[in-house]
Design a protein around this ligand. Structure first.
Ligand SMILES: [Zn+2]
Length: 196
């Protein structure tokens, strides 16, 4: 078989498989109107992350990763897919994002800006659920004039979540630190005590 014939056969095979994967994916979740989450109702691992068999890859793959790929998002090798909504079984591509390499996440933790949560595949994402330390830092950053967008990007959170903190709709009981430096220092101490 020539190289060209091999490529052609592979292309035909891929096209033949892509449609069934999308069909199989689409029938395996239900949309929750209140949260916007698409909850996976087929196979999940013990932590709730959905899985779907990929004929193209010859193995089961994480449903949230497949979701992003099916919706046109490239997930580079070595990257991982994280949830903004902190619902492991959610496969709504709008609630997912491609995470930074783990080293960057560890760097964020060292600075007290994020905590790790394992997603069941030995991969780690910055956790969307905030700690008191996180909120204290966010409030200090807001006071220092950082934008909602910048803060949201750092934590992988929707702007609305940061806005709720700003307006006191959520986390009203967490006092703002006097300065951003103080908030970060306290967070680093909390991490050092096993607060990750
Ligand atoms: Zn969701």
């Amino acid at each position: 078989m020539t190289d060209h014939a091999e490529i052609s056969r592979h292309a035909t095979w891929t096209i033949a498989r892509v449609r069934p994967l999308l069909e199989r994916f689409t029938e395996k979740y239900v949309r929750i109107p209140e949260s916007g989450c698409w909850i996976w109702i087929a196979g999940t691992d013990p932590k709730g992350y959905g899985f779907l068999y990929s004929h193209q890859h010859g193995k089961h793959r994480a449903a949230h990763r497949i979701s992003l790929e099916l919706h046109g998002v490239t997930v580079p090798d070595g990257s991982f897919v994280c949830h903004r909504c902190d619902v492991p079984s959610c496969v709504n591509p709008d609630h997912l994002f491609v995470g930074s390499p783990t080293d960057n996440v560890r760097d964020m933790i060292a600075k007290g800006r994020a905590r790790l949560v394992k997603n069941g595949k030995g991969e780690a994402c910055p956790r969307a659920v905030l700690s008191v330390s996180d909120v204290a830092i966010i409030k200090a950053r807001l006071a220092a004039g950082h934008t909602l967008k910048n803060i949201g990007n750092d934590y992988g959170l929707h702007l609305s979540t940061i806005h709720h903190i700003k307006t006191g709709k959520s986390w009203a009981d967490v006092p703002a630190a006097e300065t951003l430096e103080l908030a970060i220092a306290r967070a680093a101490i909390a991490v050092g005590k096993g607060g990750v």
